[in-house]
Design a protein around this ligand. Structure first.
Ligand SMILES: [Zn+2]
Length: 81
């Protein structure tokens, strides 16, 4: 399991997608524990300075597919890839 980044501040650029606790609005409940506390981890890889978005459950720490956009991350989480 990856460590969660503390850096949620950047998510403030899309306040429409998050509630006041940084949980994704519109994300399906966690497929493993049923929690609705789904967050997005942002990660930048050294070899490739692109920001990737990884949906993750704030309750059980499972995580979803890596996406290059926030919208895609939420979409793929909801599709259960
Ligand atoms: Zn969970």
């Amino acid at each position: 399991m990856p460590a969660k980044l503390e850096d949620y501040e950047e998510l403030a650029v899309r306040p429409d997608l998050f509630d006041d606790q940084n949980h994704i609005i519109g994300a399906e409940d966690c497929p493993f524990c049923g929690s609705d506390k789904v967050v997005v981890i942002m990660r930048v890889y050294d070899v490739d300075p692109t920001t990737y978005y990884i949906p993750a459950c704030d309750n059980c720490s499972c995580y979803g597919p890596i996406s290059e956009t926030l919208e895609k991350a939420i979409e793929t989480w909801n599709k259960r890839y």
